[in-house]
Ligand binder design. Structure first.
Ligand code: NA7
Length: 529
């Protein structure tokens, strides 16, 4: 049933960490704001990804908002890398603390956002028939929020239970005594397989491309570690605010010799975590360095996996280290030493179909009671393009992005006035600590909205020229790296038919540039009455 159109200042799509903070900032400043999310509650990607072993691969203390001392004081992470339930509880804690739920419509999808040239406002419609007439439209839709569902022939015929990691049920799945097929070897499979293998009778992993993974060496967080972080927090915050990464990175310009590199990589491996990839200077720029680091990881795989043939199959050799998101695991490779874990290398024997009873490859049938699809996401653009976004002259975002996403700074799109994308394509997003990038974008968008208000402008819009320059710069930066060599979701290669464009921004000084643009009165944006 269609209800009356509600006139408000802003619609925020998404109740993940981006949407929560955006709603908070706008509401706190007196704007009328409506948040909308398809999920039943807050949490974004952490609401949906409830598969066993799901956890962040950035240390919890850093995977936290920095905008509220109160939040930091009222929250205690229990582990170095927090589990999904704990991260979800953190999002819920934020929502409770700032009473954010009352500004959200849950279980509701935004289906269209159409700009009205005459009024300079957005008409935002939901699948529940609600219509909002909003001045600003902020897409806090997340980078990994549209999971890829199985498109393998016969998937619908399977008689057992099938689960998609990114749409995991709320109740625990009982794997005890079951034969489980896991399809995919990205982070979701790498995190879940070792835990599933502890319960299941048999696990068969179907691997299309072997992946790099580094040990998390997860551990409980001690009071001393928390205290040390809190003590150093003002410096960390200062670094972030001034546009520095906020991580103890190697000195700029340092090109390690082979011996220095070997020592560094060993030290990082023993320290654990994804930070290892970030910590190696020029890892994604310098082939010698990348080869050496990749060789090191491959040697570790050979050390861990007892069967040398299996170790070879598990060793990534088709793309440079970290040009696909390097994973962080607990006992992933070691789990292949278990009697109940088998690898099927799809490069030798591709999947032909899912049958009523399991998975059929070119040479065998693998019976399964449960299939876990860990197939990844339509990353970075999927959620935006799922909404019918139309602006000037009926211009549709789906058409404008037909050959790949084009944005200015990853935050705005020419032709789409007063529409902002939090951590959109063309910004560092997935290559950064998402929580930091979210905060940076939300603060920047908030200031831009304030600027529209104080200059008594009706709309703010990226110019086509600024966007073209930015897109060229984003591509140029990517082309100076090894990233384009991998058929990764960074370039849309995991979704059939998706244009191959490197989507995240890999250059340096991104926040400084954004801040300078704001300080200079938003060059590259047109403001109109
Ligand atoms: P990823 O990293 O995109 O991994 C998806 C995996 O699924 C990957 O190994 C794919 O192989 C595989 N895949 C996809 N489609 C198929 C089909 N049809 N058959 C066999 N295998 C397939 O997604 P994740 O969810 O694991 O991780 C996403 C991010 O979440 C991660 O990077 C972290 O940032 C958190 P491929 O490599 O394409 O050959």
């Amino acid at each position: 049933m269609t209800t009356a159109t509600q006139s408000i200042d802003a619609v925020v799509v998404g109740a993940g960490f981006a949407g929560l903070y955006m709603v908070h900032r706008l509401r706190d400043a007196g704007f009328t704001v409506q948040g909308v999310d398809a999920a039943g509650d807050v949490g974004g990607t952490w609401y949906w990804n409830r598969y066993p072993g799901a956890r962040c691969d950035i240390p919890s203390l850093l995977y936290s908002y920095t905008w509220s001392d109160d939040l930091r004081d009222s929250w205690r992470w229990s582990e170095k890398y927090a589990t999904q339930p704990e991260i979800l509880a953190y999002a819920e804690h934020v929502a409770d603390r700032y009473d954010l739920r009352r500004s959200f419509l849950f279980d509701t999808k935004v289906i269209s956002a159409v700009f009205n040239e005459a009024t300079g406002r957005w008409r935002v419609e939901t699948d529940g028939g609600r219509v909002f007439d909003a001045r600003f439209c902020i897409m806090a839709t997340g980078c990994l929020s549209v999971p890829r569902v199985p498109d393998i022939p016969g998937a619908a015929t399977f008689k057992g239970a099938a689960y998609v990691t990114g749409q995991w049920p709320h109740e625990p799945v009982d794997f005890k005594g079951k034969r489980v097929a896991i399809i995919g070897t990205g982070s979701s499979a790498i995190q879940s397989m070792p835990l599933i293998a502890q319960d299941a009778a048999q696990v068969t992993v179907f691997q299309r491309t072997p992946n790099f993974s580094l040990p998390a060496l997860n551990a409980p967080l001690t009071d001393e570690e928390v205290a040390a972080f809190n003590e150093a927090f003002p410096i960390y915050k200062q670094l972030l605010d001034s546009g520095e990464p906020g991580l103890p990175l190697p000195p700029k310009g340092w090109v390690p010799t082979d011996a220095e590199l070997a020592a560094l990589v060993e030290q990082l491996w023993n320290g654990g975590g994804l930070i290892s990839a970030v910590m190696i200077p020029d890892l994604v720029k310098n082939e010698r360095i990348n080869d050496a680091a990749a060789d090191f990881v491959r040697a570790k795989i050979r050390e861990i996996v007892k069967d040398p043939v299996l170790a070879a199959k598990l060793s990534p050799d088709s793309f440079p280290l970290a040009t696909k998101r390097a994973c962080v695991d607990t006992d992933y490779f070691a789990s292949y030493n278990r009697d109940n874990v088998t690898l099927v290398d799809l490069r030798d024997t591709p999947i032909e179909a899912i049958t009523a009873t399991g998975v059929r490859t070119s040479d065998a049938d693998y019976p399964a009671d449960i299939i876990v699809y860990a197939l990844g996401f339509d990353a970075m653009t999927g959620a935006l393009l799922n909404i019918d976004i139309r602006a000037r002259d009926g211009l549709a975002l789906r058409d404008v992005w037909r050959d790949g996403p084009k944005t200015y700074l990853g935050v705005a799109v020419a032709g789409f006035p007063n529409l902002f994308t939090v951590t959109g394509p063309g910004s560092p997003s997935v290559l950064s600590n998402m929580l930091n990038s979210i905060e940076q974008h939300v603060d920047w968008i908030f200031d831009a909205i304030q600027h529209v208000q104080t200059t008594q402008s009706a709309v703010m819009e990226a110019t086509l020229a600024a966007q073209e320059d930015w897109v060229a710069h984003v591509n140029d930066e990517a082309d100076q790296t090894l990233y384009p060599r991998a058929a990764s979701w960074y370039v849309g290669a995991n979704v059939p038919g998706k244009p191959r464009v490197f989507m995240p921004y890999v250059g340096e000084g991104y926040k400084k540039r954004c801040d300078q643009i704001a300080a200079d009165g938003y060059p590259g944006f047109a403001l109109s009455r």
